[in-house]
Design a protein around this ligand. Structure first.
Ligand SMILES: [Ca+2]
Ligand SMILES: [Ca+2]
Length: 401
């Protein structure tokens, strides 16, 4: 065992106290320290050093902890002193307020004692409180009534608005029904219009095709009309409207024949030559229609040329070869049912200047004073062929196929 004195001496010297191991003596008597003892002694020294270190560290820790705790206690103490100081200040303030309250209480008590009857004050107080409460209730009631009135007004307005809205809804519904009807009608009309449009489109297409065909035909006809080969056609057509007649200008068509009444007077023979030169001959009366037409032609001429001398107009009939036997220029003899002599004609009158005593062998139409009445058709008269008369030529009307 190590004594405490030895331990303190060792610590003071910085050595680790070790217990003296028993000495081993050799045979010669000289003391000898064994190896195991030496090792054991070194281990003990190390252990002691470690223990000392731990103790020292523990002591240091304890000292540090105590110092820190001391500082904390000092801070708490300072804080408590500050609180105590503040409490004292607060206590002083409370004491002052308490004094003031006591003064007020004393003053109140003194005033209260001056009132002879405390019950009257209480009653007065109650009355005052009731009056105030009543006033407040009245005001509240009045306010409530006003709110009720306002609510009633708003209710009436809302009812009116509701009624108006319902009426508007009814009107809207009615209008909606009308619009639906109109929409259906419109759709129907649209369908009809669409069908009509399609029909018109088809018709337009057809018309366009027809127009194109007519255009082609028109171009062909135009080329034909303006060709030199058909220049003569222009003689029979109006140059503006291209309305064509089967007779040349100045000639009048009748019964597929063309007739021309001259504006000059010539002998019967020269008149016939003139007709020849125009591709025709003196006119022949084939029937009553021809007679009416030619007689009316002479009448119209005299009506349109009143200042002009117009005795009569030669036609293609004569009895030059055999007196009393009349022939038409076409070789036909006079027909018994186509005879239109004036009264007392033919009389074959021989004028005094006719040295040849040829008589009247050429026939002309004497224009009547009026047409359509009486014996106006009987207009023939035999006249001396050398006399100058107007004349009527005829040709065959142009045959247009
Ligand atoms: Ca005669
Ligand atoms: Ca006569």
């Amino acid at each position: 065992m190590i004594d405490s004195e030895e331990l303190q001496a060792s610590l003071s010297l910085g050595e680790i106290p070790v217990r003296n191991a028993p000495e081993i003596h050799d045979e010669t008597g000289r003391a000898e320290t064994p190896g195991c003892v030496k090792r054991l002694r070194a281990s003990w020294q190390l252990v002691l050093i470690a223990i000392l270190m731990v103790v020292i560290l523990a002591l240091i820790g304890v000292l540090f902890s105590e110092k820190k705790e001391k500082q904390s206690l000092e801070a708490k103490l300072q804080h408590m002193e500050e609180e105590i100081f503040a409490a004292r200040i607060n206590t002083d303030r409370l004491q002052k307020e308490n004094n003031q309250l006591m003064q007020v209480l004393n003053f109140t008590y003194q005033n209260f004692t001056t009132v002879e009857n405390g019950g009257q004050l209480k009653q007065l107080l109650n009355t005052t409180l009731l009056s105030i409460e009543k006033t407040q209730l009245s005001q509240l009631l009045e306010k409530t009534l006003q709110e009720k009135t306002q609510l009633q007004v708003e209710k009436n307005e809302l009812n009116m608005l509701l009624n108006s809205t319902l009426q508007s809804c009814n009107l809207v519904e009615a209008e909606n029904v009308l619009l639906k009807v109109a929409l259906n009608q419109s759709l129907h009309n649209n369908t009809v219009a669409s069908a009509e449009n399609e029909r018109l489109q088809l018709l337009l297409t057809s018309e366009q095709q027809t127009s194109a065909q007519l255009e082609t035909v028109n171009q062909r006809q135009h080329s034909i009309l303006f060709s030199k080969r058909l220049t003569f056609v222009w003689m029979f057509c109006n140059n503006d409207t291209l309305q064509c007649s089967r007779c040349q200008p100045g000639w009048t068509e009748h019964a597929s024949r063309c007739f021309f009444l001259s504006t000059v007077a010539k002998t019967w023979e020269n008149a016939r030559w003139d007709c020849f030169s125009m591709g025709g001959d003196l006119a022949v009366v084939l029937n009553a229609e021809d007679q009416a037409f030619l007689t009316n032609m002479t009448f119209q001429y005299t009506q349109q040329h009143r200042g002009e001398v117009f005795h009569s107009a030669w036609i293609g009939m004569q009895d030059m070869v055999k007196e009393g036997t009349h022939y038409w220029v076409n070789g036909n003899s006079i027909q018994s049912d186509v005879i239109y002599w004036r009264d007392s004609e033919p009389n074959n009158s021989i004028p005094s200047w006719d040295v040849d005593m040829a008589g009247q062998d050429c026939v002309a139409i004497v224009p009547p004073n009026e047409v359509g009445v009486g014996d106006w058709l009987n207009s023939w008269d035999d006249i001396v062929c050398l006399g100058a008369r107007h004349y009527i030529c005829e040709t065959v009307a142009l045959i247009v196929s």
